[in-house]
Design a protein. Structure first.
Lengths: 521, 134
């Protein structure tokens, strides 16, 4: 009789059980940080509960922020709408239908002020999912702090600022790779001098995984991108031990519970090794991989949506057992629409139950030493190193420009879908345990009229600003882009002068050009 | 002259989520159809233009950003304007159940939400779209 075989989502054949235990792991807070970046982990400080949210106008999103904070959220995470993420004003023809839909619409610093109204930016940390125009939104955040009398050196938070995965997985790119990498290193440099508590990048595997990659690919493509940023910064003359402590990461928590836990542990050990041995970092903080986690949106089902609460719980537990520094738990209705107040609250409560009731945060890396977890950690690490080597043979940027990475992700995504179609992979409510149901659901909608409100707001700002100052700011930004100096101070001045995001990014586009993706289908 | 069904798979608007669109493109191609994928960030004008130039028999639109009501309507209006309503339009993405009647009223033939199987989509195209010359 043929024995049934079992595989992890990355395709490793799983042994029935293992009998050895590891005992020689270095403690948390010590190189290579496999058990955690800090010596006390959640005993000293819980992970930050940081729900990604944003929709409609700055005023509406500000209301949701206050709701989440009142209900016990401990950090903010801003979702911007697509025009903002693409550096376009709400009035741009391409913005039609998209304003305020997947996030909040921000056109000028005046919107940003409303967004953070009543929130003390010296006390809360804010994560902003912004990439191609990250420099503009960070400048707006700084100006909001400045103008509300907060010492801008005290602001803390994270900008995603990870353009390479935009080309391969997330799709909100503007400029070609070279000027994009320059903007990123400009941010590293400026912030290390002026905003030392800000994480200048969040190198993201999340979207790579969402695009269909396996756990191994998520690890490899993320760390390969991270190495490209480090190389670019070193090449620009920055000291690795000055900028590297502010690099942060962002991973996905997918369905395969134990493989995900092993993945987070492998990522920490790999990064420590890479920074120490390949880049010669001396500062311990340069070697410590700190990461945010979000549960996997692509695993949520539109069918029997309440089941998503259970999926999110399992995924969130994997993130916590893997030692995450902050966590977003998805809402059950996200396969259908934007989360309602109710579903967003249940998602936050899920984290709170794990933190307060489950007891898993009371000890550090509780699964460390389990032979299976250690075996999987080793296995993921080995395969990810092999894949990184393959990419680096051609170069990361070349592997993106030629579509090699995109094709690898697409192959994995197609394979995964075929497994679902043939029921080799079972998804409850989708291809098994199906039941008749009414798919009409109480959902949150954003009205088209908010685009008109945004356009009026832009007109109001333009009518009241000093137009000469705005014009001069854009002129000096343009010449900075044409030259070699750091563009950050010029973006800051343009923001202070009430230039719109479309004006600022438009000026940069005229100098830098736009990215033309390769066809990978 | 080829008698294969020709399908344009398109991403209108600013949405960057193309996992679904690419998987569907590949499944249709594996089922023997000619597939043209537009890439990201296309305007309705660009999509209709490609469909006309490529003599497409069908257009598959994918939107996950919530802009479907506005952008599907623009595509349908343009097809009418160009006398190209024989092109079968279908769509997919994060589209709430209650928006489907509106989209069908516009002339969109079918909407495939999350959890749809590739076979369903392939069967739909085979049953509803005729290649040119047949």
């Amino acid at each position: 009789m043929e024995k049934k075989k079992f595989y992890s989502t990355s395709g490793f054949e799983i042994p029935p059980f293992l009998q050895k235990y590891e005992t020689d792991l270095s403690p948390p807070g010590e190189y290579p940080f496999i058990r955690g970046p800090y010596p006390t982990m959640y005993r000293g400080r819980r992970w930050t509960m940081r729900q990604y949210s944003g929709f409609s106008t700055a005023k509406e999103t500000n209301r949701r922020f206050h709701l989440l904070l009142e209900r016990g959220q401990t950090g903010l995470s801003v979702a911007f709408d697509l025009p903002t993420q693409m550096g376009l004003d709400s009035s741009d023809p391409m913005a039609e239908g998209e304003v305020g839909k997947v996030g909040v619409a921000i056109d000028t610093v005046e919107d940003m002020k409303i967004l953070f109204d009543g929130i003390d930016l010296s006390k809360i940390s804010t994560s902003m999912t912004i990439n191609a125009p990250a420099i503009v939104l960070l400048a707006m955040y700084i100006v909001v702090a400045e103008e509300s009398g907060i010492d801008p050196t005290l602001i803390s938070g994270t900008i995603q600022n990870d353009i390479l995965k935009e080309y391969t997985a997330r799709g909100t790119y503007i400029f070609p790779p070279e000027p994009s990498m320059r903007l990123i290193t400009n941010i590293f440099e400026y912030c290390s001098n002026h905003h030392p508590k800000f994480n200048t990048i969040s190198i993201s595997g999340y979207h790579i995984r969402e695009a269909g990659a396996t756990a191994v690919q998520e690890l490899a493509f993320t760390l390969a991108n991270a190495k490209a940023y480090v190389r670019a910064a070193i090449k620009a003359g920055l000291d690795v031990d000055v900028f590297a402590p502010r690099l942060s990461f962002f991973f996905n928590a997918h369905n395969d519970f134990l493989e995900e836990i092993a993945k987070f542990r492998a990522a920490r050990r790999m990064w420590a090794n890479i920074m120490k041995n390949e880049f010669g970092a001396k500062n311990k903080k340069s070697m410590m991989l700190r990461f945010h986690t979000q549960t996997a949106g692509s695993t949520l089902t539109a069918q029997q949506p309440e089941n998503n609460i259970v999926r999110v719980t399992i995924q969130a537990l994997a993130a916590v057992l893997g030692g995450t520094q902050s966590l977003h738990t998805n809402s059950m209705d996200e396969a259908l629409a934007l989360p309602t107040d109710k579903s967003a609250t249940i998602a936050l409560r899920t984290q709170q139950i794990i933190a307060e009731e489950s007891g898993v945060a009371n000890t550090i890396d509780p699964l460390g030493g389990s032979y299976y977890i250690e075996w999987l950690t080793d296995k993921l690490e080995e395969e990810a190193y092999n894949l990184i080597a393959e990419i680096e043979k051609v170069g990361v940027i070349e592997a993106i420009s030629s579509g090699m990475i995109q094709r690898a992700i697409q192959d994995a995504a197609y394979q995964y879908q075929l497994e679902i179609d043939t029921k080799k992979r079972k998804i409850v409510g989708v291809n098994s345990y199906i039941q008749e149901e009414n798919l009409e659901f109480d959902i949150l909608e954003v009205d088209e009229s908010i685009r008109d409100d945004q356009i009026k707001m832009i007109e109001k700002v333009k009518a009241s600003r000093d137009n000469q100052r705005a014009e001069n700011a854009l002129k000096s930004l343009r010449s900075a882009c044409e030259g070699k100096e750091n563009v950050f101070p010029h973006v800051l001045e343009a923001v202070r002068a009430r230039c719109t995001i479309g004006e600022i990014c438009g000026t940069m586009k005229e100098v830098f050009g736009t990215y033309k993706p390769v066809d990978t289908i | 002259m080829s008698h294969k069904i020709r399908v344009v798979v398109a991403k209108p608007g600013l949405d960057g989520h193309d996992r679904g669109a690419k998987i569907v493109a590949r499944a249709l191609r594996d089922a023997g159809m000619e597939v043209i994928y537009t890439g990201l960030h296309q305007t309705p004008e660009q999509i209709v233009e490609v469909a006309l130039q490529e003599d497409a028999n069908a257009i598959g639109l994918s939107i996950l950003s919530g802009a479907h009501k506005v952008l599907f309507k623009k595509v349908m209006d343009l097809l009418k304007e160009k006398n190209a309503t024989d092109i079968v339009v279908f769509g997919g993405g994060v589209i709430p159940e209650k928006d489907i009647p509106y989209l069908k009223e516009l002339g969109v033939k079918e909407i495939f939400g999350p959890g749809s199987s590739l076979q369903e989509i392939v069967d739909f195209v085979k049953n509803n779209v005729k290649p040119a010359g047949v």
